[in-house]
Design a protein around this ligand. Structure first.
Ligand code: 13P
Length: 248
């Protein structure tokens, strides 16, 4: 019922020309995908990659968006700027932004509402740190991120949630499929409680954190996991394509 969505998060990798070469290599490998395919690229790559994606089944995403329509916000990018180049998705609240750039549940909420108002699909990231998991705080941390980050959303099924345990990002240490499934089940239950059970059933929730060609099948076989947000493995065409084609 929920269409799976596999998204690459390039983070701060690939110049525009490198990005164009990468999507040109990915496109033929994923043309028969049964899931939604997205690449979230650095802002400055957007014009060139947008052009290169024309005629493909790969959608374009950004990695951040500001909540104001325009104005004195040096270094920021507005939803309208993204939309002009055909951007459809935007990652919001990635743990790296929370950790290094002062992103909070409040700013995540403002960015998410602004993205929705502009017709972009936010991919809202949540996840606990290793210390939080080891001290039994995972559910409390996620619940706070959900209740504060997602408040005021009219139609929760219009967003995508990415569950990314911070300890699994870039570490090669993936959550087990059972762990990821269980935690995403908790996220869905919390969202059902906050919004409505039917909306929570329709909401797509991805797993992210060291997902790769080797572990994607097992993760994607889990009933709660509706896709992946892929970092390192999205930077190589065959690796990313293997994840997109997990069901083949
Ligand atoms: P890795 O796949 O490199 O662990 O990164 C995951 C991630 O942060 C995607 O947003």
């Amino acid at each position: 019922m929920r269409k799976p969505i596999i998204a690459g998060n390039w983070k701060m990798n690939n110049t525009a020309s490198e990005g164009v070469a990468l999507v040109k290599a990915i496109a033929p490998l994923v043309k028969d995908a049964n899931c939604d395919v997205v690449v979230c690229v650095p802002a400055i790559d957007i014009p060139a990659v947008s052009e290169a994606l024309k005629g493909t089944n790969i959608a374009l995403g950004a990695q951040n968006v500001h909540f104001a329509e325009k104005g004195a916000f040096t270094g920021e990018i507005s939803a309208a700027m993204l939309k002009e180049y055909g951007v459809r998705y935007v990652i919001i609240g990635h743990s790296e932004r929370r950790q290094y750039f002062g992103e909070t549940d409040e700013t995540v909420n403002k960015r998410t509402l602004a993205a929705l108002a502009a017709g972009l699909t936010p991919i809202v990231c949540i996840g606990e740190s290793l210390e939080e998991r080891e001290t039994g705080k995972t559910e409390a941390v996620l619940e706070k991120q959900i209740r504060e980050g997602l408040k005021g959303i009219d139609d929760i099924a219009k967003i995508v949630v990415a569950y990314e345990p911070v300890w699994a990002i870039g570490t090669g240490r993936t959550a087990t499929a059972q762990q990821a499934n269980e935690t995403i089940g908790f996220i869905r239950k919390t969202i059902a409680d906050m919004f409505c059970p039917k909306c929570a059933e329709a909401l797509r929730i991805q797993y992210g954190g060291s997902m790769n060609a080797g572990n994607c099948k097992e993760l994607m076989a889990m009933p709660e996991i509706d896709g992946g947000l892929i970092g390192g493995a999205s930077l190589k065409a065959p690796d990313f394509a293997a994840i997109v084609n997990y069901d083949k």
